[in-house]
Design a protein around this ligand. Structure first.
Ligand SMILES: [Zn+2]
Length: 254
């Protein structure tokens, strides 16, 4: 029940993220005006805003001028919904579910913007932190584990220190948006276990390296071809949230 609710809520949030990823990089308001077709200006009514269903019914085209609106709404709605469902399944009916859903929504929008524009807008990073941190604090207090607030700060510090060091060593290989994002990821992972903060970054770099090598092999892309790193950091964090502890236990048991 919780999982289904979270998945449906994820569809709605994903629909909202479509507006966020379009407007935040342009510095436009995410509230006003309402959504409209980018080509003919047709204002979208409530029926057009039903996630997934409206996209499928119109086959990703504007109802009036039939300009393609792309797969973006579908990708964002389905991935947010899946991640919210997974979060609810993993954390159950606890404060951690809304707290980590905030993280998932932030990571989906940041990843998509980074893919499109090679940027990680700080507004989204900071908004995610401002919404998520209080929920994590509440989750710690409700669980009678106030020390988790300190672990959260420790995880944020570990991740920031590691990324700042890698940033300095990489000489332009990483964006400062990646560094700015790291304490958010480390804070969330640190709440669970500060040891997960480096694990999440490690997973991110591993994914980035694998994809980078494959892309170089396929396209013979030069070493200088910019690969946005935000999506890998995000994916590494998501993997660490769900299976990072199993990974640590496995390594320590050997
Ligand atoms: Zn149109």
């Amino acid at each position: 029940m919780t999982i289904a609710l979270a998945a449906v809520f994820g569809l709605l949030i994903g629909s909202f993220l479509t507006v966020v990823v379009d407007r935040v990089p342009r510095g436009a308001s995410i509230v006003q005006p309402g959504s409209a077709c980018g080509n003919c200006g047709l204002r979208l009514g409530p029926l057009d805003l039903v996630p997934v269903v409206s996209w499928l019914a119109l086959r990703g085209k504007c109802r009036q001028c039939h300009t393609s609106i792309g797969v973006e709404p579908l990708v964002l709605e389905v991935s947010t919904s899946a991640l919210f469902g997974l979060t609810a399944w993993h954390f159950g009916a606890s404060w951690l579910t809304p707290a980590f859903c905030v993280l998932m929504a932030g990571l989906v929008s940041l990843s998509w913007i980074d893919l499109k524009t090679q940027r990680l807008p700080r507004e989204i990073t900071y908004t995610t932190a401002a919404l998520g941190a209080p929920l994590l604090v509440v989750a710690a207090l409700v669980d009678h584990e106030p020390k988790r607030v300190l672990l959260m700060l420790l995880g944020a510090a570990i991740a920031l220190a590691l990324m700042a060091a890698i940033y300095a060593l990489s000489r332009g290989g990483l964006g400062d948006g990646d560094v700015r994002l790291s304490p958010l990821l480390g804070g969330y992972l640190g709440w669970l276990n500060p040891g997960l903060a480096p694990v999440g970054l490690f997973f991110g770099f591993l994914l980035g390296a694998v994809v980078g090598v494959v892309m170089m092999a396929l396209r013979r892309a030069g070493r200088r071809t910019a690969l946005p790193f935000g999506p890998f950091l995000a994916a590494g964090t998501v993997v660490a949230v769900f299976v990072g502890q199993d990974y640590i236990d496995f390594i320590l048991a050997r």
